[in-house]
Ligand binder design. Sequence first.
Ligand SMILES: NC(=O)C1=CN([C@@H]2O[C@H](COP(=O)(O)OP(=O)(O)OC[C@H]3O[C@@H](n4cnc5c(N)ncnc54)[C@H](OP(=O)(O)O)[C@@H]3O)[C@@H](O)[C@H]2O)[C@@H](O)CC1
Ligand SMILES: Nc1ncnc2c1ncn2[C@@H]1O[C@H](COP(=O)(O)OP(=O)(O)O)[C@@H](O)[C@H]1O
Ligand SMILES: [Mg+2]
Length: 282
Amino acid sequence: MTEISEDILKKVIKERESDTHKGDYGRVLLIGGSENYGGAIIMSTEGAINAGTGLTAVATHPLNLAPLHARVPEAMFINWRDAKLADLIKNMDVVVCGPGLGMSDLAKQILVILRRCTSEKQTVVLDASALDLISQDKNLLPTNAGHLILTPHQMEWQRLSQIRIPFQTDSANIDALNQLIPDTNALLVLKSNHTHVYNGTGQIFVNPIGNPGMATGGMGDTLAGIIGGMVAQFGPGVETVQAAVYLHSLAGDLLAKDNYVVRPTELSKVLPKLMKKYSELA
Ligand SMILES: NC(=O)C1=CN([C@@H]2O[C@H](COP(=O)(O)OP(=O)(O)OC[C@H]3O[C@@H](n4cnc5c(N)ncnc54)[C@H](OP(=O)(O)O)[C@@H]3O)[C@@H](O)[C@H]2O)[C@@H](O)CC1
Ligand SMILES: Nc1ncnc2c1ncn2[C@@H]1O[C@H](COP(=O)(O)OP(=O)(O)O)[C@@H](O)[C@H]1O
Ligand SMILES: [Mg+2]
């Protein structure tokens, strides 16, 4: 087991070369946000954009168009019922699916489309409702994606793995991950006050930082967006995911120095400054 440290940020976050454009920093599609959970996909999008995604698109319920554009005009919008969703998925580097997606039949259909349209070169980050739907039907897993990153909290992992929370030991978690996705490219980010990152070969990385001010709805949605944005720029390896988890908590700790509660939307705002600092320390 390895404790994640600040060094991972220096290693992963690179200074940007002058001769580059938005296409060099990745295309990310975020899918989620039903009528009742629009905030989840907006917070996830804010995480992705503030973590540096080159081009960001959001497939969501049409109710979320105005609030999404008001908060994050950098993001493009597509109605999640639009037939063009399939082609859009095919053109993405990373798809983050699940924040506020909900458990409807439409949500299930979206997972079917995602499974059909993803391929080897792409990374899919699965969070929240996407994981709960897959718990009900394992055939919904988008196994054609080159890299799969699962980001459950402990109850979502209980539903998916059938391991009750007190029995979620490292060895049980690794076995369950390998059984669920017999592909060593899969990563499990098991969120808690000390999030564990597992890869398919049995390596374990533990996040030592973060604080209870971060126990606010939307904090995990934000992390899923940050992971998507960082994978789009720095690749889908386990180091990028460790860096995303650490950066999220570091931002949370920075805010918790003088705030009782850390709002996910505030956390996203401090990411560009932190990333700048670590890109220069490489
Ligand atoms: N603003 C918005 O739009 C927001 C929308 N959201 C969207 O809502 C949807 C449902 O997601 P969800 O996470 O809220 O519900 P669910 O999966 O039932 O989990 C809660 C249950 O798990 C238990 N639990 C045990 N251990 C735990 C742990 N370590 N961390 C967390 N929970 C833990 C917990 O136990 P208890 O609180 O009872 O002790 C409770 O019984 C999903 O689409 C999501 O994206 C949210 O992101 C919020 C902001
Ligand atoms: N007490 C805590 N200490 C450190 N981090 C926490 C704490 N509580 C929650 N977090 C972090 O906040 C996030 C919560 O994720 P999740 O439960 O999926 O939130 P949501 O679904 O509401 O967005 C995780 O990244 C978790 O590590
Ligand atoms: Mg969550």
